[in-house]
Design a protein around this ligand. Structure first.
Ligand code: SAH
Length: 469
């Protein structure tokens, strides 16, 4: 096979990034946007020795699992990888992915997985659509310029930094479009330049929008390569007209980086945070704090984590606690909760959230989990005449890279009865599960929760119990 070859191929498998996989005379081909069961005409774009990457040129016979995308940009945009796959198949794919990683990387025996894995928790399909859309409470749109010099907002094309204009993403809330168009009009009128990555010039880099599904409060945060935004009062006045507008801020990011947010927040209108609810717990959310993007599924995820934790008084740690979401759910069960989080503003939000919910049996520490917990453990031993710190349950919910081994080691040293691992990347989860299995713990329950329909991402929760007495 050579570059630019055009050939017919049947898609028989799916890769971790949602791409279709097929074989032609033993040669493996990866095709973005192709779905298991499709027979397609493909064009080889990149040829390696035993495999290659091809582009979907024409669908000759569509898979029974193929559906029409809701978003016309689905193929170009890097946000949704599997929007053309039926929702049922998406769920099946995600469930298999989690299971496969636990077996392959985590070394969990298949027979055990058969017994302990609960079926994936999907999202309800909406009445008008065959799959869930418009579920995200947060969107970050990069801002740039088209060839004529007009400001645009949209999405990065898959794996690139070129912006495809699109202000009406089908995963986000509909008010996003109105907000973005208002900002783009304002930029055009006052000749405010979008940021240019290559030249490191211009002002507006990103627009971050958050929406509280329960409270209907809206937050707009403009990420700027400057200390101020010219005419920001005018912009604020216009945005404030939108129903639900609660918080308008600037985030200063003057670094040459593709990290979206800088560290400094400047209030330009309203208050610095919005409020929302998950279940009956109320949360204040700042621009810099992490907050789960799919509130409907988040509630299911947290209830599952609390169920797995099975707390009955005692001491519980919630590591990587963000604004204290899981911590407060746990604290309501009547245990003593300690939360650890690296972003200082999120810790402030967490303390505040405990206060506004009248929850007192929780305490938050700012710092890295892999530093705070080991330090706590050492100090405890020193100040308690050699006695070791103990936890009844430890909950972790790390970012994609998972936990550091120093943290896992301390967790094991604290001899909790149960460890609840909430994960957004089942590969690193499985790596950490392997360590815990080798150090006295066994997986006893596990379940995936679909927080991100139409993308290849999947969240999951695993319960591990101490087997060594
Ligand atoms: N449990 C929370 C947050 C989960 S996201 C929720 O469901 O809302 C992961 C969180 O870990 C983020 O808030 C991030 O800021 C934080 N974090 C990242 N690295 C960390 C580290 N090394 N130590 C502690 N927290 C960290």
């Amino acid at each position: 096979m050579q570059k630019n070859d055009i050939f017919e191929i049947e898609i028989t498998d799916i890769g971790v990034n949602g791409e279709g996989i097929g074989k032609v005379d033993g040669y493996t081909v990866f095709v973005k946007d192709a779905i298991i069961g499709d027979i397609i005409e493909a064009k080889l774009m990149k040829a390696k020795k035993s495999y290659g990457y091809a582009r979907l040129a024409k669908i000759l016979r569509p898979s029974p699992d193929r559906v029409a995308p809701v978003c016309p940009m689905a193929r170009k945009c890097g946000g949704c990888q599997i929007q053309e796959m039926s929702y049922e198949k998406q769920l099946e794919f995600k469930e298999k992915k989690v299971r496969g990683n636990l077996a392959r990387i985590g070394g969990v025996p298949e027979e055990l997985l058969d017994c302990i894995m609960d079926p994936i928790v999907g999202m309800e399909e909406s009445a008008a659509l065959s799959a869930p859309f418009y579920y995200r409470n947060k969107a970050q749109f990069p801002v740039g310029e088209d060839k004529e010099g007009n400001p645009i907002a949209g999405f990065y094309a898959g794996r690139t930094h070129s912006i495809i204009p699109n202000t009406s993403c089908a995963l986000g809330v509909k008010v996003n479009e109105k907000i973005l168009n208002l900002i783009l009009d304002f930029m055009r009128e006052y000749k405010i330049k979008p940021y240019n990555e290559t030249a490191h010039e211009g002002i507006v880099r990103h627009v971050l929008i958050r929406y509280g599904f329960r409270t209907k409060e809206i937050m707009v945060c403009l990420v700027v390569n400057a200390e101020q935004l010219p005419h920001s009062e005018t912009l604020a006045e216009r945005l404030a007209e939108i129903e639900g507008m609660t918080s308008i801020t600037l985030n200063v990011n003057k670094n040459r980086t593709n990290v979206i947010l800088g560290e400094e927040i400047k209030l330009i209108w309203g208050q610095e945070y919005i409020t929302d609810y998950i279940g009956d717990v109320k949360y204040q959310i700042s621009p810099l704090s992490f907050y789960q993007v799919n509130p409907v599924q988040t509630e299911k995820l947290y209830r599952l984590a609390v169920e797995y934790a099975g707390v009955d008084g005692g001491t519980v740690w919630d590591l990587y606690c963000g604004i204290g979401t899981i911590s407060l759910f746990l604290a309501k069960e009547g245990c003593r909760v300690y939360g650890v989080e690296i972003v200082p503003q999120a810790v402030e939000d967490a303390r505040n959230n405990a206060r506004i919910n009248g929850i007192e049996n929780v305490e938050f520490f700012a710092g890295k989990a892999e530093e705070v917990l080991p330090e706590y453990y050492r100090e405890y031993e020193k100040t308690h005449g050699g006695e070791k710190a103990h936890a009844d349950v430890i909950v972790v919910d790390p970012p994609r890279k998972g936990c550091e081994e120093t943290l896992l080691k301390t967790m094991v040293d604290m001899r909790p009865e149960r460890i609840v691992y909430v994960s957004c990347d089942s590969a690193t989860l499985a790596r950490d599960v392997k360590y815990l299995r080798e150090n006295g713990y066994e997986v006893v329950r596990g379940r995936a929760v679909d927080q991100f329909p139409h993308t290849v991402h999947v969240e999951c929760v695993v319960l591990m119990s101490r087997v060594e007495k």
